[in-house]
Design a protein around this ligand. Structure first.
Ligand code: ZN
Length: 303
């Protein structure tokens, strides 16, 4: 059992992208600065996708420019095709986030690519990053279930992971894009994918749509996942699951990992403060549980 995981803060991208209220560029940059403040060293800061399809991300280049390069921080930009990769590389992003899709039905609806095509595109994106002297991560979307096709064959996910690992990403991620995974399923798939990718780190990405995200993280970490995605406040509802909770909240994941003896490198009181700030910006209560729970252990001791 490992004693530390690396957290990737995905709030500025996955957290915000489905929010109807357009967040200003200044507030996005402030969100990233606060994440740096609570200890995040890898942050998904934007996605370089069609602004007509995802208006919230239309200012991706401006976010990168206003934030600037930050010593010790890896700024990740999500890209779904070569055009997005060109944009991200042109504005100086540190790491490309490529996506391959485990289900044909989801791939065709979400980005007009079947699963096999999405693997080829992800491989080309990784090559573009390497040619530009940058790095790339790759995420296998809907690894645990598809909103259109239902169950996803784990053998397909394992085969994709093995093929993608050969293209030199910094890690392979299994994403529960719509929040249907359960801990036993996670334990099984993480073990099988680990066996297929050797020493390459495995990252996991969970949504808390069905209240399983923290249990899924624990199942993944117990079985060798080394990197965990989370979004401040738990923002990031899925367009295919109206009204659902979003990404696992950074504060909830950090609480449960740290109190289980797994170091995350993040500072929980600072995350809570940032979460309260973000609730103010969004003008609503966020899905996070920890943001409003009494601090434990008590911050000022018993009186
Ligand atoms: Zn997500």
């Amino acid at each position: 059992m490992i004693s530390a995981v690396e957290m990737v803060e995905v709030g500025p991208r996955d957290g915000l992208q489905n929010e109807k209220t357009i967040v200003s560029t200044a507030d996005k940059v402030e969100l990233i600065r606060r994440a740096i403040g609570y200890g995040a060293r890898r942050i998904e800061i934007a996605s370089f996708v069609n602004p007509r399809k995802v208006p919230q991300m239309a200012d991706a280049e401006d976010v990168v420019a206003q934030l600037g390069k930050v010593e010790g921080l890896t700024r990740i930009g999500l890209v779904l095709n070569e055009r997005g990769a060109e944009r991200a590389l042109a504005c100086g992003i540190d790491q490309l986030g490529a996506v391959a899709i485990a289900s044909d039905a989801f791939g065709i609806r979400n980005q007009g690519q079947d699963s096999a095509t999405s693997v080829e595109v992800a491989k080309r994106i990784m090559a573009m990053a390497q040619d530009a002297g940058r790095t790339a991560q790759v995420t296998i979307a809907v690894s645990f279930g598809c909103p259109f096709a239902g169950e996803v064959d784990p053998a397909r996910v394992v085969a994709m992971a093995g093929e993608l690992a050969a293209s030199g990403p910094v890690e392979i991620a299994l994403a529960d894009t719509i929040g249907v995974a359960a801990p036993g399923q996670v334990a099984d798939l993480v073990r099988r994918v680990k066996a297929a990718i050797g020493t390459l780190p495995l990252r996991v990405h969970f949504h808390d749509t069905r209240n399983t995200a923290n249990a899924n993280i624990w199942a993944a970490v117990e079985n060798g996942a080394a990197v965990v995605d989370a979004a401040l406040g738990g923002l990031g509802g899925c367009p295919f699951a109206p009204g659902a909770a979003g990404n696992v909240a950074t504060e909830d994941a950090v609480y449960s990992l740290e109190r289980s003896g797994i170091s995350t490198g993040l500072d929980l009181p600072a995350i809570r403060e940032a979460s309260h700030w973000l609730a103010g910006v969004m003008g609503k209560q966020l899905p996070s549980k920890l943001a409003d729970a009494a601090p434990f252990p008590p911050e000022h001791g018993a009186e």
